[in-house]
Design a binder for this molecule. Structure first.
Ligand code: PMP
Length: 397
């Protein structure tokens, strides 16, 4: 029976990890997979998370099932982290929310909930978007289309083109937006863009579906969610998928949350049963461990301060790597204009070079990045900036 199914091609980013490992060049640079790395190339456990983990291990006295919502303190904490202490949706009880296995779990449950809203709905994603958005949404049975987003000539958002598409949408459309630190391009919407999107959503009736996986890794915890909060305060309905993989460094613990903002507390109560039902049909309930740790960090002043300081230091390191790389590039008078590197946000930048140039960098200089030329800026370090800029000069002229 199983011969009916053929082996699928290997994931290209995971393939890149294997190639990098086998490369014996001591100067090799890994700019592929999107995880935060420190100056030594290590993805360390954050210190506040380590302390929370020790405390949790000492006090946890049962592994019995947790309720369908997940760790309640975690869910309450994440709602406030994303939407703010003063959020009207929180205060009025207009939010349904559950803990999920990572941001991916939130996107999958969110997409299945949207599928339950009817046969006619389409999800619109940015061109380009994070590659995994497509299978997560499509496997929930939803059709996908894309709206114009990235302007390769400026390295920034082409908002006019995006808005032109949004103006054609209606109540059967759902628009996936990256809350901050757009993956893969690093090109973010400005606050004015978020205001225009809120206006459009109200006028056209489409539902915003916000994926926020990098809060705190752009301009700061509050600054990064200004747009999402504006949207929440100014429209009635939206879906938010959030991840603690990057900003709490919990990748393998699969920790995230799904929030659905509805028009009333009665609707929120109904939707709460629906998202729990979707989760139940998929994996029953989320793993709890990561939720316990985030709950502890968010609700202990000392741990929270420590976590925020460490997260700020991570964001600052990424920003200074952006500035450092651009400085090295500018010293070499490269034909292509890379000034967008310091304007983009978060861990990713699209270098905007050709697939041939990407292979040349890999083959001749052991610099590894996705074929699209997306680089993980956190994969750089102060020692390799000159080397990477030299290689770019060689391949770009
Ligand atoms: N959305 C985006 C845009 C991402 O980049 C990621 C992580 N790579 C996620 C969601 C979810 O990640 P996870 O499931 O690991 O929390």
């Amino acid at each position: 029976m199983f011969e009916r199914l053929e082996a699928l091609p290997a994931d290209s980013l995971l393939g890149l990890i294997a190639l990098f490992r086998e490369d014996s060049n001591p100067q090799k640079v890994d700019l592929g997979v999107g995880v935060y790395r420190d100056e030594a190339g290590h993805t360390a456990i954050m210190s506040a998370i380590q302390k929370a983990s020790r405390e949790h291990m000492e006090t946890e006295d049962s592994k019995t099932y947790i309720g369908p919502v997940g760790v309640v303190g975690f869910v309450e904490g994440i709602k406030k982290l994303v939407l703010g202490e003063q959020s009207s949706a929180i205060q009025q009880g207009h939010l349904a929310a559950i803990q999920t296995p990572g941001g991916c779990g939130a996107l999958r449950v969110g997409s299945e909930l949207i599928r339950r809203l009817g046969d006619e709905l389409t999800v619109w994603v940015s061109d380009p978007t994070w590659a995994n958005h497509v299978p997560l949404i499509q496997s929930a049975g939803l059709p996908i289309q894309s709206y114009p987003y990235f302007d390769a000539s400026t390295g920034m958002v082409n908002f006019e083109a995006m808005d032109e598409q949004l103006a054609k949408l209606g109540p059967n459309d759902v628009v996936l937006l990256h809350g901050c630190c757009h993956n893969p391009t690093g090109a973010d919407l400005s606050f004015e863009h978020w205001q225009r999107i809120a206006e459009r959503a109200n006028k056209q009736g489409f539902i915003p579906y916000v994926d926020i996986a990098y809060q705190g890794l752009g301009d700061g915890l509050e600054e990064d969610v200004k747009g999402v909060r504006y949207l929440s305060e100014n429209i009635q309905e939206m879906v938010i998928a959030t991840s603690c993989s990057k900003n709490f460094g919990l990748y393998r613990e699969r920790t995230g949350a799904l929030m659905i903002q509805t028009k009333s507390a009665t609707e929120a109560a109904a939707i709460q049963t629906q998202i729990q039902d979707v989760a139940r049909a998929n994996y029953s309930m989320s793993p709890a461990y990561g939720g316990h740790l985030v709950d502890k960090v968010l609700h202990n002043d000392e741990l929270r301060r420590e976590w925020q300081d460490e997260l700020n230091a991570m964001a600052t390191r990424v920003k200074s790597l952006r500035a450092g790389l651009l400085e090295e590039i500018n010293k070499r008078d490269i034909a292509k204009d890379f000034s967008f590197i310091t304007q983009q946000k978060g861990m990713f930048t699209y270098l905007g070079i050709t697939p041939e140039q990407v292979s040349e960098l890999r083959r001749d200089y052991s610099i590894y990045m996705a074929d699209s030329s997306r680089i993980n800026v956190a994969g750089l370090n102060t020692q390799c900036l000159g080397y990477v800029a030299d290689a770019l000069k060689k391949v770009c002229g």
